[in-house]
Design a protein around this ligand. Structure first.
Ligand code: S3P
Length: 195
């Protein structure tokens, strides 16, 4: 086990990245390690709607899902500091992105195409991947989303091996972010600093 100082969260850690990047599995491990709650925004949306995400897409369409996603993430970010895994499209929404920037520390879990495909083809619950060839969809999403995910505070490679390794790399990046105080807080926004 890596010897890292205990970290204290003043803000939530928000996992972003494509479907299959490991946001839930690595986020859950990180939360355990930091002794804070773990929340998955997709699961919260399903609970609030009493329907699966596939059912929401089918019945009401993607725009309605996105509106619910925006509301739920805003509410979760108003709560106590925790580890929050978001759905792959959440960070693409400008309002959600601004809220995450204001209230959280965003972590982009970056994975290569083959790793993502290997993980997502194990399950069938993702509506965006059920309609067309998952490889084509994923290539398109990578091109559109990677430049936006790159705005996250921290980027970590999500490795093909055990999620524990990626989690430990993330923990080290968070410890570096916190510095000697061990407190995870926001970085002063250079755009807001008066010149
Ligand atoms: C989506 C990702 C899914 C889920 C929905 C849409 C996306 O979450 O929110 O199917 O737009 O990338 P995961 O990234 O947790 O699979």
């Amino acid at each position: 086990m890596i010897d890292t100082p205990p970290l204290r969260l003043n803000r939530s850690i928000v996992m972003v990245g494509l479907m299959g990047a490991g946001k839930t599995s690595i986020g859950r491990r990180l939360a355990q390690r930091l002794h804070v709650p773990f929340i998955d925004s997709d699961a919260e949306i399903e609970k609030a709607a009493n329907e699966s995400i596939a059912e929401i897409f089918e019945r009401a369409g993607e725009a309605v899902f996105r509106a619910g996603e925006r509301r739920i993430i805003a509410r979760l970010l108003d709560g106590p500091a925790q580890v929050l895994a978001t759905g792959g499209g959440a960070f693409m929404d400008p309002a959600t992105r601004a809220r995450i920037r204001e209230r959280g520390i965003s972590v982009w879990l970056r994975a290569d195409l083959e790793t993502l495909l290997e993980r997502v083809t194990r399950r069938q619950h993702r509506p965006l991947l059920n309609e067309a060839d998952p490889r084509e969809v994923m290539i398109r999403l990578m091109a559109a989303r990677h430049p936006v995910y790159a705005e996250a505070d921290i980027a970590i490679d999500s490795l093909a091996g055990p999620s524990e390794t990626t989690m430990l790399n993330l923990l080290a990046a968070l410890a570096a972010w916190a510095g000697p105080s061990g407190v995870i807080d926001g970085r002063p926004d250079p755009q807001k600093v008066p010149s």
